[in-house]
Design a protein. Structure first.
Length: 310
């Protein structure tokens, strides 16, 4: 249950300052309203079991993560690398894994969940509230069935996306990248969710202006097609298999691939210096959306209508 007692427990557990507690008192009720009371246990347990660290002026997100001595992760996809480099806030589940030589198996001993936000933003500012909310949305959408191990492969789920890593034991445990799936589409959903929650806090429309292509796709799916409640459920429960099954695995996988491509191109556009290059990137992104994404969205809409009429 969310009340003043819950906030007091958070303050005592993590020694949060008044500014952090004030921000949480504004954001948590709107997160609960947005995703629905059916998921209140997931949401409140997730936030209670994750420490929020606001960097000071002498710290960076990467420095704080290094000091936490995270289980080493080797390699990542281009989309994940972009997310790390551009991060204004991050959510990280730090996983402690042990090797059981007797049974030749790996076990998850502990998960230390942390959110780290850049020193650039204060929680009492609009942008500061946005970056905190963005990380909290990733947290709550990954908390349920977040980590699974099958033989020597760890799967880390977040929303409708996941990442697979090979567990390697060589004096110490490290996690070698295998593949990921749905990162771009899930980021689009998270941008959309963040903006709606922050808008509810401030009682006015708010737009973060990050990655317009995937934001547009998320808006079409959640808002124009009225699939917000359904997709939110898939994200919080972690039911990406049923998401694929209902709307065709091939369609969803192609849409995910298109979103990943758009994220990379938008990042390159941001980093380019000439107006001509930026215009060329924009044209390329629009062409990809027109040629690849919109027909997949039409297919999802048609399947939604079929299901509705059954």
């Amino acid at each position: 249950m969310f009340d003043s007692t819950y906030l007091e427990k958070l303050k005592t557990r993590y020694n949060y300052d008044d500014k952090t507690i004030k921000a949480l008192s504004l954001v948590i009720p709107e997160i609960l309203n947005y995703y629905g009371e059916d998921y209140s246990d997931i949401i409140l347990n997730a936030i209670y079991n994750c420490q929020i660290i606001a960097c000071n002026s002498h710290e960076t997100i990467s420095k704080v993560l290094r000091e936490r001595k995270l289980t080493p992760m080797i390699g990542s996809s281009p989309v994940s690398e972009i997310d790390i480099k551009r991060a204004e806030s991050v959510y990280v589940p730090n996983i402690k894994i042990s090797y059981d030589s007797e049974n030749n198996s790996y076990n998850i001993d502990k998960v230390d969940r942390i959110i780290v936000t850049s020193h650039t933003f204060n929680f009492d500012s609009l942008k500061g509230l946005e970056v905190l909310t963005h990380a909290l949305c990733h947290l709550v959408k990954g908390f349920n069935d977040e980590l699974t191990i099958e033989e020597n492969v760890l799967t880390i789920r977040n929303g409708i996306s996941y990442e697979k890593r090979k567990i390697v034991y060589d004096n110490e445990i490290f996690l070698d990248f295998i593949e990921d799936y749905g990162k771009g589409l899930e980021e689009g959903f998270n941008l959309y969710d963040t903006d709606k929650i922050v808008s509810a806090v401030y009682k006015e429309n708010y737009k973060s202006y990050d990655f317009d292509s995937i934001y547009t796709i998320a808006t079409i799916l959640k808002e124009k097609y009225n699939l917000k409640k359904e997709i939110n459920s898939y994200e919080l429960i972690g039911d990406y298999e049923n998401f694929e099954k209902k709307y065709s695995a091939d369609v969803i996988k192609d849409l995910c691939s298109t979103c990943d491509t758009c994220v990379c191109l938008e990042n390159d556009m941001l980093l380019s210096f000439s107006r001509e290059e930026k215009n060329n990137y924009a044209k390329n992104i629009n062409k990809i959306l027109s040629d690849n994404a919109y027909n997949k969205l039409v297919s999802i809409y048609e399947q939604k209508q079929k299901t509705k009429n059954i």
